[in-house]
Ligand binder design. Sequence first.
Ligand SMILES: Nc1ncnc2c1ncn2[C@@H]1O[C@H](COP(=O)(O)OP(=O)(O)OP(=O)(O)O)[C@@H](O)[C@H]1O
Ligand SMILES: [Mg+2]
Length: 231
Amino acid sequence: MDAVLAKSRAIHHMPSSDPVAEANHRIANSLTLLVSMVRMQASAAARRSEPVTAADMRLALEAVAARIGTIGQLHRMLSLAPHDGATSLQPHLRDVSATLVAALSSPEQQVRVEHSGSDCLVLTRQVQPLVLILCEVFINAMKYAHPTGVPLTISVDCNSGPDGRLVISISDDGIGLPDAFDHQKDGGLGFRVIRSLAAELGAELSVESSALGLCFRLSLPAAAMPGGKLS
Ligand SMILES: Nc1ncnc2c1ncn2[C@@H]1O[C@H](COP(=O)(O)OP(=O)(O)OP(=O)(O)O)[C@@H](O)[C@H]1O
Ligand SMILES: [Mg+2]
């Protein structure tokens, strides 16, 4: 399935010097990914043995709506960014986080997001996979971090690592992954999409889980430096 996701994006990558054509390719890629994700969810639902509750149904539909909303918002934002240059990542992370919190939080699961770090410059074409990863991590945190409904805090940080690489981390203060969960091969749609997009970005993905929470850390090659110029 990871291969299916990667292929559905790779086939359609066609960098162009025409901003409109490039934007159209990006939107088409996002929609293709979205369709693959909905289909994967449909086949996972077909394999379920337990009955689906109204709460499961609400969460699944809210997650689809959040993914569509994120992609819509992303393309509105990218329409203002230089299509073949660098763009500042933090405003995108802040805007999408705020929208996801508004869409997914409820009186039963309240959420606060803390942003820190510097204003990281990334290539405009890297914003889309990074924001889609953020979306999956947020959906999971809302679903699993605090099963008892304790208010959730998600921290998003963007900074330069010791070797000049760009490091983006997203962590929650929840219960962490289930015992024996292997983040390199286990999981459903969320982990597959995260691994596949991280590979597409050429990013190293590390996942640290403890009883104090779950942290995803992406380390990107030094194509873009926080607050600096593209190398
Ligand atoms: N923030 C988190 N805190 C605790 N457990 C988590 C967290 N995120 C994910 N998990 C665990 O990892 C599992 C796999 O997550 P993944 O997103 O891959 O699939 P899913 O959310 O179960 O299904 P889908 O993403 O297809 O809707 C989850 O079922 C959950 O047990
Ligand atoms: Mg998930």
